[in-house]
Design a protein around this ligand. Structure first.
Ligand SMILES: *[C@@H]1O[C@H](CO)[C@@H](O)[C@H](O)[C@H]1NC(C)=O
Ligand SMILES: *[C@@H]1O[C@H](CO)[C@@H](O)[C@H](O)[C@H]1NC(C)=O
Ligand SMILES: *[C@@H]1O[C@H](CO)[C@@H](O)[C@H](O)[C@H]1NC(C)=O
Length: 396
């Protein structure tokens, strides 16, 4: 009898511990997309499964995790909407998310995967493959092609971390952060060939408190591009190349535009890029501005235009009455910028005649052009130089 009771208790304990471990897993709140029907074969459309996993995570109390396990998952256009009941959602990607390849149809929608109105989100690890090569080929042969889809968009969201992610071969931009507050991008790798059109690495606009750190970006357009209404942007330890550089702009396409303020770019290395540190504005009237920008400790390796402000952007010379940009550029510091220029003109300040650049500061600049002297060129650019500045400053 005692033995019976003993084994009964034993069983009870076992059951209790089993249900305990089960409920603690529930508390861990894991949602594996496979359990929602996703197939890691790269061919079965797993969009609905991913979305169901999102709905389960988003609707649950406390923190929740969505797991994309190893394997290839085909995912079509999808938006993950908040607000969520969950306090914090982690999308842990171990495998690879692949886009459909029918660009003629797929590329008509602007966003591939989008997170919208989510507060408290982490997207980590894994690979996102936009498979953009056939769309680029279409664009590069002047065919009748759609614009393409941005791989990852974060919109109207707060407290977002994107880490350890690899984004490759996007049809259009790789990552877009818009209308967000408090976003950290860290340890991200972005890869696309240098002849892939419009494949910007990370585009930030209408956002505050965005940090991009320890990330490697190689692509066919800007590595980082910054749109209007952006404040408190911090970029540190980012490598760029191939690509068009780190670019504030294009700004001033619209007349009514908010400014770009408080931008820091530190410890960046640009290799073989078209531009290094660029500010680019349309030659059109606008209410926008650029104020308080610090470029510090940046290395250039064979960069065509290492330091450039271009306020005369006007593709096809259309729609630029008077050609003067309304964007006011002020308080831009270039400190300790070193390395090699691939063209003679290493520094270009081509500012607006009606809104000259003011408060430009050059300090400790050493840019070389092969064995020859590099040059700088200024138009409507006011400011000062400090310490050793080579090529010599032409600021007024
Ligand atoms: C972001 O979310 C984390 C996890 O919930 C939380 O600890 C942190 O306070 C949040 N940060 C902000 C700025 O809301
Ligand atoms: C920009 O930085 C300055 C100085 O730190 C600060 O006073 C100002 O409020 C910031 N601007 C914005 C829009 O956050
Ligand atoms: C930036 O460069 C300056 C001058 O070379 C150096 O003193 C400073 O330590 C550097 N800062 C960082 C964070 O590397």
């Amino acid at each position: 009898m005692a033995q019976l009771i003993d084994s009964f208790l034993h069983l009870l304990l076992l059951l209790l511990s089993f249900s305990h471990s089960f409920s603690s897993e529930e508390a861990g709140n894991y949602h594996n997309i496979i359990e929602f029907g996703a197939k890691p074969d790269g061919e079965t459309d797993s969009t609905k499964s991913f979305l169901s996993a999102w709905d389960a995570a988003c609707g649950s109390p406390g923190p929740a995790t969505i797991l994309v396990p190893a394997g290839f998952f085909l995912v079509d256009h999808v938006t993950f909407y908040g607000p969520c009941k969950s306090s914090y959602i982690t999308v842990q990607i171990d495998g690879t998310l692949v886009a459909p390849t029918d660009y003629a149809n797929f590329g008509k929608t602007k966003q591939w995967m989008m997170f919208n109105r989510v507060e408290g989100l982490s997207v980590s690890g894994g690979t996102v493959d936009g498979r953009g090569s056939s769309l680029w080929a279409c664009k590069n042969s002047d065919g009748d092609c759609p614009d393409g889809s941005t791989s990852l968009t974060f919109r109207k969201s707060k407290n977002v971390t994107i880490s350890g992610l690899r984004s490759m071969n996007s049809e259009l931009y790789h990552i877009v952060i818009e209308d967000c507050e408090g976003v950290t991008v860290q340890g991200v790798k972005i890869e696309a060939p240098d002849d892939s059109p419009n494949t910007d690495g990370i585009h930030v606009q209408k956002s505050t408190g965005v940090t991009i750190i320890r990330s490697d970006i190689g692509t066919g357009d800007d590595c980082v591009s910054v749109g209007p209404d952006t404040t408190g942007l911090w970029i540190e330890q980012v490598t760029c190349g191939p690509g068009h550089g780190i670019s504030i702009g294009s700004l001033g396409k619209s007349y009514d535009e908010k400014g770009v303020e408080n931008v820091t770019v530190k410890l960046a290395v640009l290799t073989g890029t078209q531009n290094g540190l660029r500010i680019k504005t349309w030659g059109r009237p606008s209410t926008g501005f650029v104020d308080n920008v610090l470029f510090q400790n940046v290395t250039m390796q064979n960069v065509k235009h290492p330091i450039i402000i271009d306020q005369n952007y006007c593709p096809h010379h259309e729609g630029c009455p008077g050609k003067d940009s309304g964007i006011k550029i002020s308080q831009v510091t270039y400190s300790n910028i070193q390395g090699s220029s691939a063209t003679e003109e290493a520094i270009t300040f081509d500012c607006s005649a009606t809104n000259p650049c003011t408060g430009i500061r050059l300090e400790e600049i050493e840019l070389t052009y092969g064995n020859e002297l590099a040059k700088s060129s200024c138009a409507h650019a006011k400011g000062s130089a400090y310490g050793c500045v080579n090529p010599p400053s032409c600021l007024q």
